[in-house]
Design a protein around this ligand. Structure first.
Ligand SMILES: C[S@@+](CC[C@H](N)C(=O)[O-])C[C@H]1O[C@@H](n2cnc3c(N)ncnc32)[C@H](O)[C@@H]1O
Length: 232
Protein backbone atom coordinates (compact mmCIF):
# COMPACT_ATOMS: atom_id res chain seq x y z
CA UNK A 1 0.00 0.00 0.00
CA UNK A 2 1.13 3.54 -0.68
CA UNK A 3 0.93 6.17 2.04
CA UNK A 4 0.65 9.94 1.58
CA UNK A 5 3.97 11.75 2.06
CA UNK A 6 2.97 12.89 5.58
CA UNK A 7 1.99 9.39 6.74
CA UNK A 8 5.05 7.90 5.03
CA UNK A 9 7.36 10.28 6.91
CA UNK A 10 5.67 9.28 10.18
CA UNK A 11 5.99 5.57 9.37
CA UNK A 12 9.67 6.04 8.46
CA UNK A 13 10.43 6.94 12.09
CA UNK A 14 8.99 3.67 13.44
CA UNK A 15 11.74 1.26 14.53
CA UNK A 16 11.93 -2.27 13.11
CA UNK A 17 10.18 -4.98 15.19
CA UNK A 18 8.32 -2.42 17.25
CA UNK A 19 5.02 -2.80 19.06
CA UNK A 20 3.13 0.35 18.27
CA UNK A 21 0.18 2.29 19.68
CA UNK A 22 -1.39 4.52 17.03
CA UNK A 23 -3.43 7.00 19.08
CA UNK A 24 -6.09 8.73 16.97
CA UNK A 25 -5.74 6.15 14.23
CA UNK A 26 -8.86 7.27 12.28
CA UNK A 27 -8.54 5.50 8.89
CA UNK A 28 -6.06 2.92 10.22
CA UNK A 29 -3.62 3.38 7.30
CA UNK A 30 -0.48 3.54 9.47
CA UNK A 31 -1.20 0.32 11.42
CA UNK A 32 -1.92 -1.54 8.16
CA UNK A 33 1.25 -0.24 6.51
CA UNK A 34 3.47 -1.10 9.50
CA UNK A 35 2.22 -4.69 9.59
CA UNK A 36 2.25 -5.26 5.83
CA UNK A 37 5.82 -3.95 5.53
CA UNK A 38 6.96 -6.13 8.44
CA UNK A 39 8.07 -3.05 10.43
CA UNK A 40 5.87 -3.78 13.45
CA UNK A 41 4.98 -7.09 15.08
CA UNK A 42 1.75 -5.75 16.55
CA UNK A 43 -0.15 -2.48 16.48
CA UNK A 44 -2.83 -1.22 18.85
CA UNK A 45 -5.01 1.23 16.95
CA UNK A 46 -6.88 3.59 19.28
CA UNK A 47 -9.47 6.25 18.62
CA UNK A 48 -11.86 8.21 20.82
CA UNK A 49 -14.52 8.25 18.10
CA UNK A 50 -16.55 5.16 17.21
CA UNK A 51 -17.12 6.66 13.75
CA UNK A 52 -13.40 6.99 13.11
CA UNK A 53 -12.79 3.51 14.46
CA UNK A 54 -15.36 2.03 12.06
CA UNK A 55 -13.16 3.24 9.18
CA UNK A 56 -10.12 1.52 10.70
CA UNK A 57 -12.10 -1.69 11.39
CA UNK A 58 -13.32 -1.88 7.76
CA UNK A 59 -9.90 -1.10 6.29
CA UNK A 60 -8.04 -3.56 8.50
CA UNK A 61 -10.58 -6.34 7.85
CA UNK A 62 -10.40 -5.68 4.11
CA UNK A 63 -6.65 -6.23 4.21
CA UNK A 64 -6.95 -9.29 6.43
CA UNK A 65 -4.81 -7.83 9.19
CA UNK A 66 -7.15 -8.27 12.20
CA UNK A 67 -4.77 -10.84 13.70
CA UNK A 68 -2.00 -8.26 14.10
CA UNK A 69 -3.94 -5.07 14.80
CA UNK A 70 -5.89 -4.63 17.99
CA UNK A 71 -8.54 -1.92 17.64
CA UNK A 72 -9.63 -0.11 20.80
CA UNK A 73 -12.11 2.65 21.52
CA UNK A 74 -10.77 5.11 24.08
CA UNK A 75 -9.18 8.37 25.09
CA UNK A 76 -5.44 8.59 24.46
CA UNK A 77 -3.29 6.12 26.38
CA UNK A 78 -6.23 5.15 28.64
CA UNK A 79 -6.82 1.86 26.83
CA UNK A 80 -3.13 0.87 26.69
CA UNK A 81 -1.49 -1.01 29.56
CA UNK A 82 1.94 0.03 30.89
CA UNK A 83 4.74 -1.67 28.85
CA UNK A 84 2.21 -2.95 26.29
CA UNK A 85 3.78 -0.84 23.50
CA UNK A 86 7.33 0.42 22.91
CA UNK A 87 6.42 3.05 20.32
CA UNK A 88 3.60 5.55 20.20
CA UNK A 89 2.36 7.54 17.23
CA UNK A 90 0.13 10.53 17.92
CA UNK A 91 -0.45 12.33 14.63
CA UNK A 92 -2.83 14.71 12.93
CA UNK A 93 -4.04 16.51 16.07
CA UNK A 94 -3.24 19.81 17.73
CA UNK A 95 -0.02 20.04 19.75
CA UNK A 96 -1.96 20.88 22.92
CA UNK A 97 -4.07 17.72 22.60
CA UNK A 98 -0.94 15.62 21.97
CA UNK A 99 0.67 17.21 25.06
CA UNK A 100 -2.44 16.49 27.15
CA UNK A 101 -2.58 12.85 25.98
CA UNK A 102 1.08 12.38 26.99
CA UNK A 103 0.63 14.18 30.28
CA UNK A 104 -2.54 12.41 31.38
CA UNK A 105 -0.98 9.10 32.27
CA UNK A 106 2.66 9.26 33.36
CA UNK A 107 2.96 5.54 34.16
CA UNK A 108 2.05 4.54 30.64
CA UNK A 109 3.92 7.43 29.01
CA UNK A 110 7.11 6.53 30.84
CA UNK A 111 6.89 2.86 29.81
CA UNK A 112 7.15 3.88 26.13
CA UNK A 113 10.54 4.26 24.41
CA UNK A 114 9.81 5.90 21.04
CA UNK A 115 7.46 8.87 20.58
CA UNK A 116 6.49 9.89 17.04
CA UNK A 117 4.42 13.04 17.20
CA UNK A 118 2.93 15.11 14.41
CA UNK A 119 1.12 18.21 15.65
CA UNK A 120 -1.02 20.03 13.08
CA UNK A 121 -0.77 23.24 15.11
CA UNK A 122 0.88 24.44 18.34
CA UNK A 123 4.11 22.52 17.79
CA UNK A 124 5.79 25.21 19.91
CA UNK A 125 3.78 24.24 23.02
CA UNK A 126 4.43 20.56 22.38
CA UNK A 127 8.21 21.04 22.05
CA UNK A 128 8.21 23.11 25.25
CA UNK A 129 6.36 20.30 27.03
CA UNK A 130 8.90 17.77 25.76
CA UNK A 131 11.89 19.85 26.88
CA UNK A 132 10.27 20.53 30.28
CA UNK A 133 9.41 16.88 30.91
CA UNK A 134 12.64 14.98 30.35
CA UNK A 135 12.27 14.15 26.70
CA UNK A 136 15.01 14.41 24.15
CA UNK A 137 14.12 15.36 20.58
CA UNK A 138 16.14 12.88 18.54
CA UNK A 139 15.04 13.92 15.07
CA UNK A 140 12.55 16.00 13.12
CA UNK A 141 11.31 16.24 9.57
CA UNK A 142 9.21 18.66 7.57
CA UNK A 143 6.74 17.47 4.97
CA UNK A 144 4.68 19.48 2.50
CA UNK A 145 1.31 17.98 1.61
CA UNK A 146 -1.62 19.72 -0.08
CA UNK A 147 0.33 22.97 0.18
CA UNK A 148 0.58 22.70 3.97
CA UNK A 149 3.68 22.18 6.10
CA UNK A 150 3.70 19.33 8.62
CA UNK A 151 6.28 18.87 11.39
CA UNK A 152 7.13 15.36 12.55
CA UNK A 153 8.95 15.01 15.84
CA UNK A 154 10.73 11.85 17.00
CA UNK A 155 11.48 11.94 20.74
CA UNK A 156 12.73 9.62 23.45
CA UNK A 157 13.02 9.99 27.20
CA UNK A 158 16.24 11.81 28.10
CA UNK A 159 17.56 15.20 28.97
CA UNK A 160 17.75 17.99 26.44
CA UNK A 161 17.78 21.76 26.52
CA UNK A 162 17.63 24.63 24.06
CA UNK A 163 19.82 27.74 23.86
CA UNK A 164 17.15 29.99 22.40
CA UNK A 165 13.38 29.80 22.82
CA UNK A 166 12.91 30.17 19.06
CA UNK A 167 13.79 26.46 18.92
CA UNK A 168 10.39 25.72 20.46
CA UNK A 169 9.01 27.19 17.25
CA UNK A 170 11.60 25.85 14.78
CA UNK A 171 12.88 22.41 15.77
CA UNK A 172 16.66 22.63 16.15
CA UNK A 173 17.12 19.24 14.49
CA UNK A 174 15.63 20.71 11.30
CA UNK A 175 18.56 23.14 11.23
CA UNK A 176 21.17 20.49 12.10
CA UNK A 177 19.77 18.22 9.36
CA UNK A 178 19.54 21.04 6.82
CA UNK A 179 15.93 20.02 6.18
CA UNK A 180 15.21 20.83 2.51
CA UNK A 181 11.91 22.56 3.41
CA UNK A 182 13.24 24.62 6.30
CA UNK A 183 13.86 27.90 4.45
CA UNK A 184 10.37 27.84 2.91
CA UNK A 185 8.89 26.93 6.29
CA UNK A 186 10.54 29.90 8.06
CA UNK A 187 9.63 32.28 5.22
CA UNK A 188 6.04 31.07 5.47
CA UNK A 189 6.02 31.83 9.20
CA UNK A 190 7.50 35.30 8.62
CA UNK A 191 4.85 35.99 5.97
CA UNK A 192 2.06 34.97 8.35
CA UNK A 193 3.49 37.22 11.08
CA UNK A 194 3.76 40.13 8.60
CA UNK A 195 0.09 39.94 7.75
CA UNK A 196 -0.93 39.82 11.44
CA UNK A 197 1.38 42.77 12.16
CA UNK A 198 -0.31 44.77 9.41
CA UNK A 199 -3.69 44.14 11.02
CA UNK A 200 -2.43 45.04 14.49
CA UNK A 201 -0.58 48.20 13.46
CA UNK A 202 -3.46 50.62 14.01
CA UNK A 203 -5.04 48.90 17.00
CA UNK A 204 -4.61 50.76 20.26
CA UNK A 205 -5.64 48.33 23.03
CA UNK A 206 -2.95 47.19 25.47
CA UNK A 207 -3.54 43.58 24.37
CA UNK A 208 -2.94 44.40 20.68
CA UNK A 209 0.15 46.43 21.51
CA UNK A 210 1.62 43.61 23.55
CA UNK A 211 0.79 41.07 20.81
CA UNK A 212 2.41 43.40 18.27
CA UNK A 213 5.61 43.58 20.34
CA UNK A 214 5.69 39.79 20.82
CA UNK A 215 5.30 39.18 17.10
CA UNK A 216 7.99 41.74 16.24
CA UNK A 217 10.34 39.90 18.61
CA UNK A 218 9.40 36.52 17.15
CA UNK A 219 9.94 37.79 13.60
CA UNK A 220 13.39 39.07 14.59
CA UNK A 221 14.32 35.65 15.97
CA UNK A 222 12.93 33.86 12.92
CA UNK A 223 14.97 36.11 10.63
CA UNK A 224 18.09 35.32 12.67
CA UNK A 225 17.42 31.57 12.25
CA UNK A 226 16.83 32.08 8.53
CA UNK A 227 20.17 33.87 8.24
CA UNK A 228 21.88 31.00 10.05
CA UNK A 229 20.22 28.44 7.75
CA UNK A 230 21.18 30.41 4.65
CA UNK A 231 24.79 30.64 5.71
CA UNK A 232 25.08 26.86 6.26
C1 LIG B 1 -7.37 14.12 11.96
S1 LIG B 1 -7.42 12.52 12.58
C2 LIG B 1 -5.75 12.00 12.33
C3 LIG B 1 -5.70 10.58 11.86
C4 LIG B 1 -4.32 10.00 11.69
N1 LIG B 1 -3.62 9.87 12.96
C5 LIG B 1 -3.52 10.83 10.73
O1 LIG B 1 -2.53 11.43 11.15
O2 LIG B 1 -3.86 10.89 9.56
C6 LIG B 1 -7.47 12.74 14.33
C7 LIG B 1 -8.08 11.53 15.03
O3 LIG B 1 -7.77 11.60 16.42
C8 LIG B 1 -8.89 11.14 17.14
N2 LIG B 1 -8.75 11.66 18.52
C9 LIG B 1 -8.91 12.92 18.96
N3 LIG B 1 -8.68 12.99 20.27
C10 LIG B 1 -8.36 11.74 20.69
C11 LIG B 1 -8.02 11.16 21.94
N4 LIG B 1 -7.97 11.90 23.05
N5 LIG B 1 -7.76 9.84 22.00
C12 LIG B 1 -7.82 9.07 20.88
N6 LIG B 1 -8.13 9.57 19.66
C13 LIG B 1 -8.40 10.88 19.57
C14 LIG B 1 -10.07 11.68 16.35
O4 LIG B 1 -11.27 10.98 16.64
C15 LIG B 1 -9.61 11.48 14.92
O5 LIG B 1 -10.01 10.23 14.40
Amino acid sequence: MKLSSRLQAIADFVPQNSIVGDIGTDHGYIPAYLIEKGISKKVIAVDISQNSLEKAIDFIKLRNLDKYIDIRLGDGLEVIKPFEIDTVIIAGMGGLLIRDILDKDWDKRDSITHFILQPNIASEALRKYLYDNNFEIIDEKLVMEDRKFYEIIYAKKGKDHIEDKIYYEIGEKLIVNGDPLLKDFINHKIKTINSILEELEYKTTEKSKSRYDDLMEKRKRLKAVLKKVESN
